[in-house]
Write a protein that binds this ligand. Structure first.
Ligand code: ADP
Length: 269
C-alpha cells in the first residue's frame, strides 16, 4: 500500500511530511503506470513485424516459399526501421530524464534558430521545398540547454520538410514577449486531420502508418520534442488543417526555473 496516512492531530511538521510522501508515492505510481504502458506499446510494435518475418523465413527454410530478393529487401528495410525504433526509444528515455539534466544558459534564440535554418537548407532544396527564415535584427535571449533546443527545433523543421511536397513552403521564425520566446514553424504541407491532431505528441503515433513507414518515421520524434520542451518548463502547440499545412509553436519561458521533482507531472496516458 503506497498511501501514507497523515497524522491528523500530529504536529504540523509530521502532517506536512506525510502529505509530501503521499504526493511522492502518487507520482511514483504514475511513473510506474507510464512505464508499463510504454512496455506494452513497444512489445506490440516489435512483435507484429517480427512474427511476420519469422513465419515467412520458416516457410522458406521448409521449402514452401522460394527465396525472394524483393522480400529480402523488405525484411532489410523493416530491420532498419526496428533499429531506429530502439535508438529513438533510448532518446525518449533520455529526454524524459532531461528534466533533471537541463544545462540552461542564456542564448540568443534568434541566432540559434537561424543556425538550424541553415542546417536544413540542403534538405529542403533537394526536396524542392522553399525554406525561409523570418529575420529580425533584435536578438532575443532565453535560458535554454543549447543542444536540447537545437534538437527540438531540428525535429520540427525536419518534419515540416518531410511532410511538405515539392513546390511547398516552410517558414521558420522567432517571436518573443517579456516572459516567453516562441519559435514557430509554418508549413504548407499535407497537414493533420482534426481526429489525429489530439494524439500527435503521443509516442509511436503516426497519422498514416504506411506513409510514415515509407518516410522512415517511427512516431517517437514529437514525444521526444514534447519531453524536451517540458524539461524547459515550456510547452508546444500545434494548429493544423488537412491538405493545407501546419503551424508548430515552441513556447519557452525566458528565465529557466528548474522543476520541482515533486510537482513534475508525466503526461496522462
Ligand atoms: P515520425 O518519426 O513518424 O515523423 P513524429 O513523432 O515526428 O514521428 O511525428 C508523428 C506523426 O505526426 C508523423 O508520423 C506524421 O504523420 C505527423 N506529422 C508530424 N509533423 C507533421 C507536419 N509538419 N505535417 C504533417 N504531419 C506531421
Amino acid at each position: 500500500n503506497w498511501e501514507v496516512q497523515a497524522a491528523v492531530r500530529g504536529p504540523e511538521e509530521v502532517r506536512r511530511l506525510a502529505l509530501t510522501l503521499n504526493e511522492l508515492s502518487k507520482e511514483l505510481k504514475k511513473q510506474e503506470d507510464w512505464r508499463k504502458h510504454l512496455m506494452e506499446d513497444l512489445t506490440h510494435e516489435l512483435r507484429t513485424p517480427l512474427t511476420s518475418m519469422l513465419s515467412q523465413l520458416e516457410a522458406m527454410i521448409d521449402g514452401i516459399y522460394e527465396i525472394n530478393l524483393e522480400w529480402l529487401q523488405q525484411v532489410y528495410d523493416e530491420l532498419i526501421r526496428l533499429t531506429r525504433l530502439i535508438t529513438d526509444m533510448e532518446k525518449l528515455s533520455e529526454a524524459e530524464a532531461a528534466v533533471f539534466t537541463v544545462n540552461a544558459k542564456r542564448m540568443d534564440m534568434m541566432a540559434l534558430t537561424q543556425n538550424v535554418y541553415r542546417n536544413f537548407q540542403q534538405m529542403a532544396q533537394s526536396k524542392g521545398v522553399r525554406l525561409e527564415f523570418m529575420q529580425t535584427h533584435t536578438p532575443c535571449y532565453a535560458e535554454v540547454d543549447r543542444d536540447k533546443m537545437i534538437q527540438v527545433i531540428s525535429n520540427i523543421v525536419s518534419n515540416a520538410i518531410k511532410y511538405t511536397d515539392a513546390g511547398g513552403k516552410v517558414i521558420l521564425g522567432v517571436d518573443w514577449t517579456a516572459e516567453y520566446t516562441v519559435v514557430y514553424c509554418l508549413d504548407t504541407g499535407i497537414g493533420i486531420g482534426s481526429t489525429d491532431l489530439p494524439y500527435i505528441f503521443n509516442r509511436l503515433f503516426r497519422v498514416d502508418k504506411s506513409r510514415s513507414r515509407f518516410s522512415g518515421g517511427v512516431g517517437l520524434g514529437l514525444s521526444i520534442v514534447k519531453a524536451l520542451v517540458e524539461a524547459h518548463n515550456g510547452k508546444i502547440e500545434i494548429e493544423s488543417e488537412l491538405n493545407r499545412g501546419s503551424l508548430f509553436r515552441i513556447i519557452i519561458p525566458n528565465v529557466y526555473k528548474s522543476l520541482d521533482p515533486l510537482t513534475w507531472r508525466y503526461e496522462e496516458y
